[in-house]
Ligand binder design. Structure first.
Ligand code: SF4
Length: 384
């Protein structure tokens, strides 16, 4: 029963309403302004179950749960504070938004999931905090477009731990960086404001890792794909990011054999690969998805040619990757152990990148590994 105690008439009315409620079901918790006058209430109605002051939701809920225990719900009651997680105990994906405002012609995600809808920043931070309390050591920030976080809500201010926070990638990254765990960013686009998070990586508050799906390098193909950002600007940006954060790992994905892709455009892509010297790269041969606008484009590339280009692309990248990993031999890396003998450094996202192999270690622990050897994808070393 919410009450008012502001004027005498309100006190009378509130006491009368408490009496009615008691007569009705006999179990009443009183809250609101009149709750500050406990004696007055007790004198009139000694059988109320509990009395709280105004704005004390927690005390009201405590009284409700004490006198009306929740019925057992087998679906919810088994869920731990960290929610249901399909990943190992030590890492978790943190989804910050759903949907996408882009309309890439090869993709049907916007037609299935709609435009971008950002989760409130307070809710995202609360989930992150709960995960960390539950033992998570690495948070992987995911969405369809992480750099667009908050665009849909005009970067509205939310609250976390009573503190105002804008719904924006930079503010989110700063707040996540305070949790004291590894934070890895996925699906980031090379928008100018991404420059702002690089210093957080250089300072060690975020993992120096960016997963940035470029998809192609030819300006014409990117236009046909309706992708944001051009290749030259990307290269320039990558160069500046590496200057600001030399340990930065860049991961990307590409599509070869997009409708109309000429040999010259594919060569442009290979040249971009050489120039960009990306650390981790995935490559897909274009495959039409039902409902995608790209299906209507002329110049379908024959299957064998797509596969041939994919193989050439991967061969080039393997060479680059091998060289880059060779540069890590002799270094000591901080590694998060996934299972005894296998772990990941800041450069390795689970499932999609390489691993670091060594003898020993306990799942979920951080260890230091001295790298002895490298191949195209993985590193091998020993605990230090
Ligand atoms: S590929 Fe990514 S950015 Fe493009 S429409 Fe699909 S989800 Fe959006």
């Amino acid at each position: 029963m919410n009450t008012c105690g502001f004027i005498d008439a309100a006190v009378e009315e509130s006491l009368g309403a408490i009496g009615e409620a008691l007569a009705e079901n006999g179990r009443v918790v009183v809250t609101g302004c009149l709750g500050a006058k406990q004696d007055l209430i007790r004198k009139a109605h000694s059988s109320v179950l509990a009395i709280t002051g105004p704005h004390d939701t927690a005390a009201v809920m405590q009284a409700v749960h004490a006198h009306l225990p929740k019925p057992h719900d087998p679906y919810v009651d088994l869920v731990p504070g960290t929610g249901v997680k399909l990943t190992p105990k030590h890492y978790a994906y943190l989804k910050i938004s759903e949907g996408c405002n882009h309309r890439c012609t090869f993709c049907i995600i916007p037609s299935m999931r709609g435009d971008l809808v950002s989760r409130p920043i307070g809710e995202v931070m609360q989930e992150a905090e709960n995960l960390v309390k539950g033992g998570v050591k690495e948070l992987l920030v995911i969405s369809q477009d992480t750099s667009a976080y908050g665009v849909d809500v005009k970067y509205r201010t939310g609250f976390w731990q009573g503190r105002p926070l804008r719904t924006r990638m930079l503010e989110l990254c700063r707040a996540l960086g305070e949790l004291g765990v590894w934070v890895r960013l996925h699906y980031v686009y090379p928008y100018p404001h991404v420059d702002e998070v690089i210093p957080l990586m250089a300072e060690g508050r975020l993992l120096p890792y960016l997963d940035m799906p470029f998809q192609h390098a030819s300006a014409r193909i990117l236009r046909l794909m309706k992708r944001p950002a051009s290749a030259e600007k990307v290269l320039e940006r990558v160069r500046r990011w590496r200057e600001a954060c030399p340990g930065l790992t860049l991961r990307s994905t590409f599509i070869v054999g997009f409708p109309g892709e000429t040999e010259a455009e594919f060569s442009e892509l290979l040249a971009f690969l050489e120039e960009a010297q990306l650390d981790r790269v995935g490559c897909f041969a274009y495959s039409p998805v039902e409902g995608a606008a790209a299906n209507a484009l002329p110049g379908a590339v024959p299957e064998e040619l797509k596969e041939e280009r994919r193989a050439r692309f991967m061969q080039a990248q393997e060479r680059i990757s091998k060289e880059k990993l060779k540069g890590k031999v002799g270094k000591i890396l901080r590694v998060l152990v996934d299972e005894p003998g296998t772990g990941r450094s800041s450069a390795d996202a689970p499932e999609i990148d390489g691993v670091v192999r060594f003898k020993g270690g306990t799942a979920g622990a951080f260890v230091n590994v001295l790298v002895d050897r490298a191949d195209e994808h993985d590193l091998y070393g020993r605990l230090r």
